[in-house]
Structures are given as C-alpha cells and as structure tokens.
Design a protein around this ligand. Structure first.
Ligand code: KG4
Ligand code: ZN
Length: 336
C-alpha cells in the first residue's frame, strides 16, 4: 500500500510517500523559517498562504520523482491537529479533495502521534510498549505507549514547552527565531559554570515547568557583562538545566512503569547534549533509547505517512468531511 503523507500543522510543508512493505520511498520538505524569522515567530496567516503555494507542487514532485502515477497511491494521511487552524485546513482540504478525486481513503493523523512514531522509520525500530518523551515547540509530553493509539499520559509541561523555552531564551540571547538549534550552537563555546534551577525535580511526579528557566535566563543575562563568552556560558547552563530536568523525569518514568525502552522525538530531540545525557541515563538503567534521524526530529511528512499507513492498514479511514483540530488530546485517539 502506497500512502501519501501531508504535514502542514505549523511552518513546514512536509510531503512523503510511504509503502507498507518497502518503507519510506520519498519525502520533501519546504521550511518557512526564513519567512517567519523576520517577524520573530510564526505568523499564522503567512504560514497558511505559503502552504497553499507549496503543497500541490511538492506533491507532484514527490510522486513524479518516485516514478509513480497518481493512481498508484492507495491512501492519503494528513495532519489534522494540533496546530494552527489555517495551516491545518490547507493540508486537510488538499488531502481530502485528492482522496475524493482519486477515489481512495483518507485518514486524519494526530501530529504528536506522528512524532512519537518517527523512530519507527529507522533501521532498528522500538518494539512497544515503551515510554515516549515528546519535546517539540508546542508540547512536552511523557507518554506510556502500549500500542498505536493506546497512550497513557504520564506527564506534561504545565507552562512553556521545551522547544518554546529554547526559542524564548534564544531570543533573550539575541538569536533569531527559532532559537533552539542556534542556542545549542552557541552553547558549544560556553561552559555551564552558572547553576540554573531544575524545575519540579525536587518533588514527586512527572510534570514539567520550563517558563521559570526563561525568567532565570533573563535575570542572569541582565546581571552579566553580556560578552560573547557570557552569552555562550548562559546558553550552556540553560541547555544543561533542560537536559538534566528531562533526564530526571525520564528516569522516573522508566522506573515507575517498569519499561526498558525510551523513545525521544520532536524538534528538541535533535539537541545533541540532550541526546547524550538521556543516553547515559538509559545505559545506567540497562534500558534502550531510540531517536528519529535528525531530519525527522522536526516536522516532516514521513512520520505522518507512516502513522497514517498503520491506521489505513488497520481499516480505519475518515468520511468525506475533513477535520482540523487546533487542540486535540493524544489520549483520546482510536486504538489499533
Ligand atoms: O517538532 P517541531 O519541528 O515543531 C513542533 O511540532 O513544535 O519542533 C520545533 C522546536 C522549536 O522550538 C525548535 O527551536 C526546537 O524544536 N529545536 C531545537 C533544536 N532543533 C530544533 N531545540 C534545541 N536544540 C536543537 N538542536
Ligand atoms: Zn512537530
């Protein structure tokens, strides 16, 4: 079964073709980062318009590069939420219209389910059950994954998501949007000589809170000479605090659930320091850690095509109406 995947939840137009037996056949990504960075963040209306411009050419390109015809596609998976309403509607309307024209099924995919299944596209995919840490620009979730669609929320951020904290702290350090990867680069030339707090680690539970770290960073920046070295040291200290906090909570989640596999996905899982710290912890626990390849940590069409393919193969599909949910809980999904 060939599944066309469409991702348009935020500022990336992602298209992919996944085959149920051959795996990922093709994927295309158009990032809007350059367009939004001049405004310091994503401008929803500009995002929607750019998705409209890019979506059909990218789909055509993806299908022609794989030497397939439109009639070879057996199903279409699209991100139906959570995300920006206008951006989601572009993907949903395009997917549903193509599926109707081609007389094939369409399936709505939860964006975070896409992220959590992204490591399934790798050579040694994790077997379920596992604990998943999803760290993106909009979410920080710790989930017990029993099976596709069977998700138990263990913990989440009570305020800023991990990626949001990176982006906001990056902005305070003078880095352009999105600041996550740039802050990580800046931290390479710094030392974490300053001690940032590890929020909510001194009490039981698996929830997170990252907004205090941004305020702590602001106060530290104001109290410093703001030299290049100071900025790098603050970036390193902030990054270390996020990595430590995530590591402490993931260790707790593994011990609490008795599971020995940890999947880490979402844009922030591209962070090398966080990867290293989490890997050290899982090694100590004799557990195994799984990440997507770097390009599939951030938003992409491949994870949506994969997730949709699993659901379509299980016989699920949407009616002719299309759906878009800017807010959508992960633990209410249909199980496979
Ligand atoms: O998953 P994603 O592409 O989009 C959402 O679903 O939100 O995640 C984007 C987030 C941004 O906040 C970005 O700054 C962050 O991931 N990010 C990073 C790194 N690469 C991307 N944060 C820290 N270190 C990185 N290397
Ligand atoms: Zn995402």
């Amino acid at each position: 079964m060939y599944v066309l995947g469409i991702e348009t939840s935020c500022d990336e137009t992602g298209i992919a073709i996944y085959h149920s037996k051959q795996g990922l056949i093709n994927h295309k990504l158009h990032s809007q980062i350059d367009m939004h960075s001049q405004y310091g963040g994503v401008v929803p209306e500009l995002a929607s318009r750019d998705h409209i411009r890019k979506i059909v050419p990218l789909i055509k390109q993806s299908i022609s590069e794989t030497r397939l015809n439109n009639k070879d596609i057996n199903g279409i998976a699209y991100t139906a939420g959570p995300g920006l309403m206008g951006a989601l509607l572009v993907g949903a309307a395009t997917a549903r219209s193509l599926a109707w024209a081609w007389q094939i099924p369409a399936i709505a995919v939860h964006h975070m389910e896409g992220h959590l299944l992204a490591p399934m596209l790798e050579k040694n995919p994790p077997q379920m059950p596992f604990v998943a840490l999803l760290i993106s620009g909009g979410h920080t979730l710790l989930i017990q994954v029993e099976n596709i669609g069977n998700y138990c929320l263990l913990g989440e951020s009570l305020d800023d998501a991990a990626g949001e904290a990176f982006d906001k702290t990056g902005k305070l350090l003078g880095l352009s949007y999105p600041g996550g990867a740039k802050l990580a680069k800046l931290a390479e030339s710094g030392t974490a000589r300053l001690k940032f707090p590890r929020p909510m680690t001194d009490r039981p539970g698996l929830d997170f809170s990252f907004s205090g770290l941004k305020t702590f960073a602001l106060n530290t920046i104001n109290a410093s000479t703001q030299s290049e070295q100071d900025r790098a040291d603050i970036a390193a200290a902030f990054q270390e605090a996020v990595a430590d906090t995530l590591t402490i909570k993931c260790k707790r989640a593994l011990l609490q659930t008795g599971l020995d596999k940890l999947v880490v996905a979402g844009g922030v899982s591209a962070n090398q320091h966080i990867r290293t710290e989490l890997s050290k912890m899982t090694q100590q626990l004799n557990a195994t850690i799984y990440f997507p390849r770097l390009e599939f940590c951030t938003d992409n069409g491949a994870m949506i095509a994969y997730a949709g393919c699993q659901r379509l193969m299980a016989g699920q599909q949407q009616g002719l109406e299309f759906s878009a949910h800017p807010r959508w809980a992960l633990n209410g999904l249909t199980k496979i």
